[in-house]
Design a binder for this molecule. Structure first.
Ligand SMILES: [Mn+2]
Length: 346
């Protein structure tokens, strides 16, 4: 952190700031300029005292030059990915396709989706058992029965299962044992108690970016999970809210190269929830692969017209098969593992 002194600050005021920095356990490095004096503060988490230092006489403001997230920061680390369900590697050069319906509706529906997904090359199956819906009167999901159904489909097909959890009490009940990866949804990205509880399970987590969250917000949310013991986190960009209304949300493709630079965690793109319109999803899926996403999430349904949620963005099986054929052989952008965050020179 850098403390910037006011142009009118006296030598005595700067000396007092230097003493206060030292008193808080940090190493102060004052730099006296002709116009301006600054004090560099070296040590762990100086942001904790930002407000305190800003209140001292002669201080103009403080600038944090280090991120608030540490465990998930790139910091020279390689993107090696992690194992899901024992033998599937997410990240580390692999392209993982996660396909399935928005909601778990029945055994027949899930088995039909799983067979098509697997044949086409997907390795993970999605399906919501707990559905956080905008309206309390919309279908809320099958709950634990839906999770049991997903576990059955995994036993039948070998696909790894990801499903959303909405309440820390579901972990207390051990319901995460039905799945291979815990999904935390966009609306819960800053539900910090839920993030911490998910981290404590030790299961891999798919963390969706909130619809009004910055990339920094997303990384700080991931840090909550990592700080509780689970560093196996798949970040998911699923569209952000902008002024554009032609699509449900705006797919932030740029999040992939930006996140590559800032974090070692693998990155998933979800064009289904971003676009919300079936016909826009195949080209956006292709763009997601081209930009070098580690994973792709696609909603599919045997009969989208009768889907209990998100039917208008679910791909019919034929459309999904055609899309998979094209994207599985597409060239992907690769990133050097030596990308470093810029603040090291700062
Ligand atoms: Mn959905």
């Amino acid at each position: 952190m850098i403390i910037i002194m006011k142009p009118t600050a006296t030598r005595e005021e700067t000396a007092a700031v230097v003493d206060e920095v030292r008193a808080k356990g940090y190493a102060p490095n004052p730099i006296y300029g002709e116009q301006l004096t600054v004090v560099a503060v070296v040590g762990k988490h100086p942001g904790e005292f930002q407000g305190y230092f800003e209140g001292l006489d002669g201080v103009e403001r403080c600038v944090l030059i280090d991120q608030s997230y540490k465990l998930v920061a790139r910091a020279g680390r390689q993107s090696l990915g992690f194992k899901v369900g024992g033998d599937l590697t997410v990240g580390g050069g692999n392209l993982v396709v996660i396909a399935g319906p928005c909601s778990v509706e029945s055994d027949e529906q899930m088995m039909a989706c799983a067979r098509v997904a697997k044949e086409a090359g997907a390795t993970m199956l999605r399906g919501g058992a707990y559905k956080p819906r905008t309206s309390p009167y919309s279908f809320q999901g099958m709950g634990e029965e839906g999770l049991q159904l997903l576990a059955h489909v995994r036993d039948e097909t070998g696909l790894k299962i990801v499903s959303e959890f909405t309440d820390a009490r579901q972990f207390d009940n051990g319901e995460h044992e039905y799945v291979d990866m815990i999904q935390l949804g966009a609306r819960n990205m800053q539900n910090f108690a839920l993030l911490a509880a998910a981290g404590e399970t030790g299961k891999p987590v798919l963390l969706k970016r909130g619809l009004a969250a910055t990339i920094e917000d997303l990384l700080n949310a991931a840090e909550y999970i990592a700080s509780r013991g689970t560093e196996n986190i798949l970040l998911c960009e699923r569209g952000i809210r902008t002024f554009e209304t032609a699509t449900r949300n705006t797919l932030d493709i740029a999040a992939v190269p930006v996140l590559r630079k800032l974090t070692h965690l693998p990155i998933c793109l979800d064009p289904s929830h971003a676009a919300g319109v079936r016909e826009f999803i195949p080209p956006l899926a292709a763009a997601s692969v081209a930009v070098g996403a580690d994973a792709l999430m696609l909603e599919i349904h045997p009969n989208p017209a009768v889907a209990k949620s998100d039917g208008s963005q679910a791909l019919e099986f034929d459309l999904f098969r055609g899309l998979m054929k094209r994207i599985m052989s597409m060239p992907r952008w690769t990133y050097g593992e030596d990308i470093r965050i810029g603040d090291e020179e700062a």
